[in-house]
Design a protein around this ligand. Structure first.
Ligand code: NAI
Length: 389
């Protein structure tokens, strides 16, 4: 049974204005222990009469949050209102603001009032708040926004304070996202990644490609519209397949010359237009290492912000044991090879990019990259049996 779709039987139902008084007899009490917030759910319940009893469709905290975010994306007034109680993450040229407390880093949030004060101090118009983008909300529906203090700003920014002066005022430092991701907890890292991707997209889509006119962002930043021809532009991600090829006992890892010294990863490549994920995997593997994929299994996906937004679609693939001779495409890769289970398991265990880069030994992508997850999955379950490609 779908967790979010269960119904409960009510013995008495009274409506008082927009509040509902109920006496419920849960058929499946155990579901309440599975993360449901009863109070929140009941206020959001949709009542309907079913035969002889009332049914409530209970909406989980997750669903109400998702619906709230949807409303903010669709309704500029609601979004503007949400800014009053919301919180803002700050960026400078796409680098998020981080603060250090003890040994930990965190991404500070600012209220609308604080932001207005800071903008005034930095010589910027409070109108700039309209350049912020919606990136999520808390369980209590406190919306989260991100604003880049210099991107998209008018010429008045020239008169504003320098980055270092801003950092002093903000008691933090604007840190490159690649570095910031290693210093933050997963929740903040994910929010900042989304924020940077959206801010970058807006910066790069200021004009309509048909009319050449400036486009206008909606309040949430979920789209831009050309006022002259009404064309709507939506933020986009490029789909990329990333495949860990195995011959049953070994896995294939490769490196590009642009990778840090000693790092090997799974094979990755952008999907061509019109291709399915399966077709893209077969083509990329054939193009890069001259092998033909026999079976294929989807594993997971990840939004990857570098250098532009990609949707990484991770798969395990196998080739026939007798057809494993690699022919590296040197236009795409510097090297590729088969690695034994032991070699990969050892590399995963002592995966310290810094020391391994120093002594030039073989190492794997860091934990936050889906390539790492794919390799770890293979090490833990090398005999996963994919479907025919
Ligand atoms: N999160 C992860 O674990 C990993 C992520 N990646 C990401 O996957 C993406 C693709 O990986 P690679 O092929 O190694 O990258 P790459 O940057 O070497 O790109 C290969 C080629 O694809 C073409 N290209 C660039 N952008 C494109 C686009 N938006 N659409 C279509 N073609 C495009 C260009 O000709 C480029 O030379 C990169 O963004 C990379 O950062 C790659 C490996 C692991």
């Amino acid at each position: 049974m779908e967790l979010l779709d269960f119904y409960c039987q009510c013995e008495n139902v009274l409506f008082m204005g927009n509040k509902i008084l109920i006496d419920i007899q849960f058929k499946r009490n155990h579901l309440l222990q599975n993360g449901f917030d009863l109070t929140m759910s009941l206020y959001c319940g949709i009542a309907c009469r079913r035969k002889s009893f009332w049914c409530f469709r209970l909406l989980s905290t997750y669903v109400t949050k998702t619906r709230y975010l949807f409303e903010l994306k669709e309704d500029d007034d609601a979004c503007k209102k949400a800014q009053q109680t919301g919180a803002f993450y700050l960026f400078h040229s796409l680098a998020p603001l981080l603060q250090k407390s003890g040994h930990q880093y965190q991404a500070p949030r600012h209220s609308l009032l604080e932001l207005e004060r800071l903008l005034a101090k930095f010589g910027q118009d409070t109108q700039r708040i309209e350049d912020s983008v919606l990136i999520g909300c808390s369980e209590q529906h406190e919306a989260r926004f991100a604003l880049d203090l210099v991107l998209n700003s008018s010429s008045s920014i020239n008169a504003s304070l320098q980055k270092s002066e801003m950092e002093t005022e903000l008691k933090g430092s604007f840190t490159k996202l690649r570095k910031a991701l290693f210093q933050l907890n997963t929740k903040d890292a994910s929010l900042l990644t989304t924020a940077q991707a959206l801010l970058r997209w807006h910066d790069a889509h200021q004009f309509c490609s048909r009319s050449g006119q400036p486009t206008k962002k909606n309040m949430a930043g979920s789209k831009r519209v050309c006022p002259s021809n009404k064309i709507i532009y939506y933020p986009q991600m490029a789909p990329v397949v990333i495949t860990l090829v195995s011959d049953g006992t070994r896995c294939l890892l490769a490196r590009q010359s642009s990778f840090p010294k000693g790092m090997y990863s799974a094979l990755a490549g952008f999907c061509d237009i019109g291709e399915s994920m399966e077709e893209a995997v077969r083509r990329e593997v054939a193009e890069e290492v001259g092998l033909e994929v026999e079976t294929l299994q989807y594993s997971a996906s990840q939004h990857w912000p570098f250098p532009n937004s990609s949707l990484m679609i991770a798969c395990h693939a196998t080739v026939k044991p007798g057809q494993t001779e690699i022919q590296v495409n040197l236009k795409e890769l510097e090297a590729a090879g088969w690695f034994s289970h032991d070699e990969v398991a050892t590399a995963l265990r002592k995966n310290n990019p810094y020391t391994q880069q120093q002594n030039g030994t073989f190492w794997l992508p860091p934990k936050l990259a889906i390539a790492h997850q794919l390799i770890k999955e293979w090490v833990e379950k090398p005999s996963c049996s994919p479907l025919p490609a």
